[in-house]
Design a protein. Structure first.
Length: 140
């Protein structure tokens, strides 16, 4: 798979950690960064991973619905907590994604959300992590 031609290629750059800016090369997106532990304006890795997961998972849900001839709306929320390792050394993200598809039974919602989790590239990237979960919900 590594020798396959990509459908899309992007290059992102960060030279300042959680201070300053990060950007997409070739004139793309620029974001102001800040630590989640202060009130400075800007985004952080927690928010970016949450946006990546919620966007990819919901796009996959929408694709699965379209393939089934359905036009239901869906919503995915990702909650990301920045946590200290229990031993006090280092950090980790605790990521919980919640998905709801309007107009479907809860059982059908669960089935499609699970299928989307298995197909979404960001979910695949996070698969196997003990600190990541995806669940269908009845309400937000």
């Amino acid at each position: 798979m590594k020798d396959q031609k990509p459908l899309f290629h992007a290059e992102m750059v960060n030279e300042t950690g959680v201070k300053g800016q990060a950007f997409v090369k070739n004139g793309g997106l620029k974001v102001k960064l800040s630590s989640p532990l202060n009130d400075d304006e800007g985004t952080n890795p927690e928010e970016l991973i949450g946006l990546s997961l919620s966007t990819c998972l919901n796009a996959t849900i929408q694709s699965l619905l379209k393939a089934r001839g359905k036009e239901n709306t869906s919503r995915v929320e990702a909650h990301v907590d920045f946590m200290r390792e229990p031993n006090g050394i280092g950090y980790f993200f605790n990521v919980k994604a919640f998905a709801k598809i309007d107009g479907l039974s809860f059982e059908e919602n669960e089935k499609i959300v699970k299928e989307a989790e298995n197909r979404c590239p960001v979910s695949k990237l996070l698969a196997g992590s003990e600190t990541v979960s995806v669940k269908a919900v009845r309400e937000f």
